[in-house]
Structures are given as C-alpha cells and as structure tokens.
Design a protein around this ligand. Structure first.
Ligand code: DX5
Ligand code: ZN
Length: 216
C-alpha cells in the first residue's frame, strides 16, 4: 500500500446528505473513507452501524476503513467485512483475545488494524505487531469528532515506527483525532502513513480542497 493517505471521517458528514458527501469524497483526493462505529458502551457516544455501511458500500469504490469503538468487536467484524469493509480496526483495550480477533478479520478477507487509546503504551503491541496490517494511534480520546490533538502522539508514532522496523512488520501507521492543516505535514514527517480527518474536512469551506492540502 502506498503511504501519505487521507481518510476523511464520515462522522462529521451531513447525514441528511450522506450520498452527496460520499460522492464529494469520490471526486476528491481522499484515499480511504473512515467509518467510526460507536456503541455507547465502549465510548460515551453512539454513532451508527450497518445501515450506514450499506450506503457507503452502495456509493463508493474507495477503500473503506472501519474503526470499531465497541465492546466485543469479535461479534461483528465479519458482518462489517461482508458489508464492504476493506480494513477493520479494533481497540486493543476492547479485545480480550486480540490475536484471535485479528485472525478472524484477516480470514474473512479484510486487512486488520489494532487501535491504541492515548493512554495505552505502544509496547503493548510487541507480540501482535507482526500480525497486524495497521496500527491506529488515537490522538484524542475516542468518542467524538472535533477534539483537540494530543501532542504526545508524535512520540508514539516514533515508538510505533521503531517497533514495526525491529519486527520486520509491514503495518501502516494511522493517526486519528484532531488532525488539521497545521499538524498534517508534521504527522506525515514523523512517520504516519494515514491521517484521519473529520472536522477539518467537513467544517471547511471547500472540503475537496482541504483534502488536497492535508497531503502537502
Ligand atoms: C473519534 C473518531 C475520529 C473522529 C475524528 O472517536 O475515531 O475518527 O471522527 O474526528 P476529528 O478529525 O474531527 O477529530
Ligand atoms: Zn476513527
């Protein structure tokens, strides 16, 4: 997979005009579409689930990046893949049997990512880094769009990069939360491969232009 990718988060889209917003992303330089699923239990917010996946699958050919912020994600990963997810990321903190869940995702034919919350150290991934296709570093506490970026993420990107290199892993590094035009270039330079952006894209005057600028 190529790097320096932008994954706009649908969480900040206009759900009254979801098809329009997805079509805008189709025309744009967005590489992936980031789908934030929240259950009101793992995180203190409820977003959406399968009906929105259906709309996403119907209207885009882009790579669909599903971020599960739910308890017991192993119960649902296969259905998300059947509904069009190309990559499914599960939280380290939400998985009792992470290795098994990663295998479940990959055996169903999708890429598998593991997510770390801001307070979870990178070294937790030492024994799973060889298996995963992606590490998603949360740069805000999960649950809401439009929060302030946590600066400690830069250190975690460097640590993740080291872990990947020392294990000959091919995992990509994705950063999620508070990404904007001020920090995007710095995050790519620090070693991020994929940046999620919700608020920065959808609250901007010309979202397509913003997506382009996030890559510079
Ligand atoms: C937060 C989500 C993020 C969020 C990012 O729980 O995982 O993907 O939508 O939104 P911004 O870019 O607005 O911080
Ligand atoms: Zn997300």
């Amino acid at each position: 997979m190529k790097t320096k990718l932008i994954a706009p988060s649908l969480l900040s889209a206009d759900f009254g005009n979801l098809q329009r917003d997805i079509e805008m992303l189709n025309r744009s330089h967005a590489d992936w579409i980031h789908v934030d699923v929240m259950d009101g239990r793992y995180v203190p917010n409820i977003s959406f689930g399968f009906p929105i996946m259906k709309t996403v699958q119907k209207h885009t050919q882009k790579f669909v990046d599903v971020h599960l912020m739910i308890v017991e994600p192993e119960k649902y990963v296969e259905e998300f893949i059947d509904q069009g997810a190309d990559l499914v990321s599960v939280h380290y903190e939400a998985c009792t049997h992470l290795h098994r869940t990663i295998e479940l995702i990959q055996n169903r034919g999708a890429k598998a990512g593991v997510v770390l919350n801001p307070a979870s150290p990178v070294l937790l991934l030492e024994d799973i880094i060889e298996q995963v296709d992606l590490v998603l570093l949360m740069s805000v506490n999960p649950g809401f769009g439009g929060q302030k970026f946590i600066e400690n993420t830069y250190k975690k990107i460097a640590e993740t990069k080291d872990l990947i290199l020392s294990n000959n892993s091919t995992a990509l590094i994705e950063v999620d939360g508070g990404v904007n035009l001020e920090n995007a270039a710095k995050l790519f330079a620090a070693g991020a491969d994929v940046l999620v952006a919700g608020n920065a894209v959808f609250s901007s005057e010309v979202p397509e232009k913003t997506i382009e600028l996030l890559k510079i």
